[in-house]
Design a protein around this ligand. Structure first.
Ligand SMILES: CC(C)(COP(=O)(O)OP(=O)(O)OC[C@H]1O[C@@H](n2cnc3c(N)ncnc32)[C@H](O)[C@@H]1OP(=O)(O)O)[C@@H](O)C(=O)NCCC(=O)NCCS
Length: 189
């Protein structure tokens, strides 16, 4: 299935291409970017992650896009939707996720990309709800969830991490289609 692209004032959310591998691997190998994950990724693991993104698009027709800066064509990171790949209290569910290279934080790029991805998820894909989650220490990520109008849900324990793993506890945020449409209407009027 062909993946569509989205454009925002500064960004293009587009399908992955082979030439993204190098910048994607550099971002995934950066310890600061990967601080709230079990470990940075080596090149093979980074390639495997990109393959999973591509497979998700092929299976569902939507997924995590490559995000490039329109002005320069540079790869900034990824943003988009994915089915939650484990079972817990709020699944089945669709999750919005993001990761940007360190030099592109603090510019509102993740917010701009995530707003477009949420809008696509609700308006084109007609999803009833989109969730997002992270560890409590990842303040930048959950502040972004809050700025997007997502509401806090119950904390949960990530079932793929061992019971005593320091990253096991997660905060959950969620937004329904009707909440998003109301927020959007309030912004426009
Ligand atoms: C999570 C992550 C994407 C957040 O990136 P971010 O740049 O902080 O998020 P935003 O795009 O919302 O940008 C907000 C910042 O840009 C600033 N900004 C500048 N211009 C802006 C604009 N035009 N619009 C909005 N914000 C703007 C805001 O003031 C804010 O600054 P602050 O961080 O000093 O408060 C980023 O930290 C990241 O990639 N982290 C590593 C990966 C990760 O942990 N992913 C999440 C896993 S669950």
């Amino acid at each position: 299935m062909n993946a569509i692209s989205l454009e925002t004032p500064r960004l293009r959310l587009r399908p992955w291409q082979e030439s993204d591998q190098e910048a994607f691997a550099a971002m995934n190998a950066d310890p600061e970017v990967m601080l709230h994950f079990p470990a940075p990724l080596n090149r093979t693991e980074s390639g495997g992650l990109m393959d999973r993104f591509v497979n998700h698009f092929e299976t569902h027709g939507w997924g995590r896009w490559a995000v490039e800066e329109r002005e320069t064509g540079k790869l900034l990171g990824f943003c988009g939707l994915a089915t939650v790949p484990f079972q817990t209290t709020f699944t089945p569910a669709v999750e919005i996720g993001w990761r940007f290279a360190r030099e592109y934080w603090g510019k509102g790029y993740a917010f701009e990309a995530a707003q477009a991805a949420l809008r696509d998820g609700f308006e084109r894909l007609h999803l009833p709800e989109i969730v997002s989650f992270t560890v409590p220490a990842n303040v930048r990520s959950y502040r972004l969830m809050q700025r997007l109008g997502m509401q806090p849900g119950n904390n949960f324990e990530h079932p793929k991490l061992a019971v005593c793993h320091p990253l096991r506890e997660h905060v959950l945020y969620r937004i329904t289609r009707s909440q998003f449409e109301k927020d959007w209407a309030d912004q426009v009027h």
